[in-house]
Design a protein around this ligand. Structure first.
Ligand code: FAD
Length: 362
């Protein structure tokens, strides 16, 4: 199943499905070691941790929405949706097929994105206009996306009335209660109304009036839905990998990040069943380990030499506008300017661009 390169030498084929953090970084690491195909439903990589800033400052999106072809010089990019996989091939929804020697599944979370970079940039312009023209805004969901969006709007548009409605009993349930409380205190100090332990009925909203499950009424000019996205594995449920999905649809992987029961298939990023936070910097660590193991296997190395993935200590950084934030380290949780200095200025966008071999600015 090998492909030949320009010099006529044979190269093994690696198909990477998913061009998010995990798949994109892996494809970049492997691009000179194999014939690499990156299959993604969109033509670009997006630095997700900059996306809430782009909603209040759309020019920010120009640095964080990056065509795959800008950082991958030696990868075959296929902008199509993967629909099926067998033991030797991946099939796209638009009828193409790609043979593989090694396969990497990195389809993270399901979301619908515009296909092209210009469309994505226009989307951010439209979101900005929606925020700018509203006097009151409802944010549905108090996880990291909802909270960070509230932070951006509260700082850049302090005159707007903001409400967050969250189904859980505390904000940011993926971190500890101290971090949740510090975040809540900050939002209240910015006059954001936070309604916990209730949901909003988004069907049949009339004249900007929303009803919550606890009978409260919220009036808002617009809303943003910031609830969690399902795992991106629905396309695998009728395939050769179906028995490697756990009951929550996560891909079960071994200590080398190989999909259980399939020695030539790796699973990386948010789609895996590893018990740890689902975070981008962790997806990058998965990509590093899988790239190392693939390079070994591509050279015919021994399985006993495969690297093991071990979760490192977890850090959560939540930005609250441009200068402040909350940081949860293993032994301490802090809020204010120090986490703000670490993350909130550039939101690691320049750093991530450098890691992709690009200039921090355009
Ligand atoms: C708004 C927001 C802010 C965040 N902030 C931070 C942060 O500050 N720090 C941090 O560490 N993490 C952060 N995260 C989490 C981080 O973005 C994720 O952990 C990371 O993106 C996971 O990477 P992934 O590659 O596994 O999956 P994803 O990023 O979900 O990528 C999956 C890719 O697969 C593609 N895809 C899906 N299905 C198919 C298919 N069938 N065929 C082809 N392509 C497919 C999608 O187009 C996408 O490109 C944030 C996430 C969001 C949404």
């Amino acid at each position: 199943m090998a492909a030949t390169d320009n010099s006529g030498a044979e190269k093994k084929r690696v198909v990477v499905v998913g061009g998010g953090v995990a798949g994109s970084f892996l494809a970049r690491s492997l691009q000179f070691s194999a014939h690499v195909v990156l299959m993604d439903q969109k033509e670009y990589f997006e630095i997700t941790w900059g996306s809430l800033r782009a909603m209040v400052e759309p020019s920010f999106a120009g640095r964080m929405v990056i065509n795959h072809s800008d950082y991958l010089s030696n990868v075959q990019i296929v902008a199509s949706t993967a629909a099926n996989v067998t033991d030797s091939e991946v099939f796209t929804a638009d009828g193409q097929s790609f043979a593989y020697d090694y396969l990497v599944i990195a389809t993270g979370h399901n979301d619908s994105f515009p296909r092209t970079r210009p469309e994505r940039l226009s989307h951010y312009e439209a979101e900005f206009e929606k925020i700018k023209s509203a006097s009151s805004i409802l944010i549905v969901g108090g996880g990291p996306t909802g909270v960070e969006l509230a932070g951006e709007i509260a700082v850049d548009f302090p005159e707007k009335k903001l409400t967050i409605v969250h189904r859980g009993t505390r904000l940011l349930e993926f971190v500890g209660s101290k971090a949740s409380q510090k975040t809540l205190d900050w939002l209240i100090s910015k006059k954001v109304e936070v309604l916990l332990d209730q949901s909003v009925n988004l069907d049949g909203i009339t004249d900007g009036v929303y009803q919550t499950s606890k009978g409260e009424t919220i009036t808002a000019d617009c809303h943003f839905l910031c609830t969690g996205k399902p795992v991106g594995s629905s396309w695998l449920t009728e395939t050769t990998l179906k028995d490697s999905l756990d009951t929550r649809g996560r891909l079960m992987v071994d200590e080398h990040l190989r999909v259980r029961g399939h020695n030539n298939v790796f699973g990386i990023g948010d789609i895996t069943d590893i018990k740890e936070m689902k975070q981008g910097y962790i997806a990058q660590q998965h990509a590093q380990v899988a790239a190392k193991n693939l390079k070994l296997l591509l050279k015919g190395g021994k399985e006993s030499k495969l690297a093991k993935y071990k979760s490192s200590f977890e850090v959560a950084l939540i930005s609250l506008g441009r200068k402040e934030g909350v940081a949860q380290f293993p032994l301490v949780t802090i809020s204010g300017c120090i986490p703000g200095k670490i993350k909130s200025g550039d939101l690691f966008v320049g750093k991530t661009r450098k890691e992709l071999g690009l200039k921090p600015d355009i």
